[in-house]
Design a binder for this molecule. Structure first.
Ligand code: HEM
Length: 145
């Protein structure tokens, strides 16, 4: 009999495949979407900009690369815990994490236009929930951020 844990692992793999194909389609255009992602993030959460403003373009680029890895299910739990710990000192909180992940989703959705589907929406939302849920767990385990 299948363990529920295995079933959710399968969903993660399936969702990651959907997200991967979205990123592939965006990559085909050759556009670096990082500036658009930060633009959307600051528009939705202007209070986050003061934290990010210390980062140059290359750092911002490396940060979004890691966010892509998380969304694609490539990063492991230890890595996520490490980043969540580090980021407490950078002014990040759960709302900001959700905000930047939603900004990635919105940017990709804008690029895919009418190729975007309900299946994509579900896969992105589940992936964002998974990541923010894990980050929240780390925060509460340590007595809150
Ligand atoms: C899941 C989401 C996130 C991931 C995976 C992530 C990952 C990273 C990584 C890998 C770096 C180092 C970049 C480098 O190589 O220089 C970094 C730096 C940084 N991140 Fe994030 N980040 C996330 C979300 C956020 C959010 C929401 C904020 C908002 C306040 C934030 C603020 C910062 C700042 C201020 C730095 C620069 C720290 C410094 O070196 O001075 N991050 N992030």
């Amino acid at each position: 009999m299948e363990e529920p844990r295995e079933a959710s692992k399968e969903i993660v793999v399936k969702d990651s495949e959907v997200l991967y194909s979205c990123f592939e389609q965006v990559a085909d255009s050759g556009e670096d979407i990082a500036p658009a992602i930060y633009g959307k993030f600051f528009q939705a959460m202007p209070e986050a900009e003061q934290h990010i403003s210390i980062m140059d373009e290359r750092m911002r680029g490396r940060m979004v690369e890691q966010i892509y890895s998380l969304l694609l299910g490539e990063a492991d739990t230890d890595y996520l815990k490490f980043e969540a710990d580090m980021h407490r000192g950078y002014g990040a909180n759960t709302a900001f994490y959700r905000g930047i992940l939603e900004a990635v989703k919105d940017t990709v959705r804008d690029r895919l236009e009418d190729q975007w589907s309900g299946e994509f929406e579900g896969a992105w939302d589940r992936s964002i929930e998974r990541i923010t849920g894990e980050i929240e767990q780390f925060s509460s385990a340590d007595g809150g951020a």
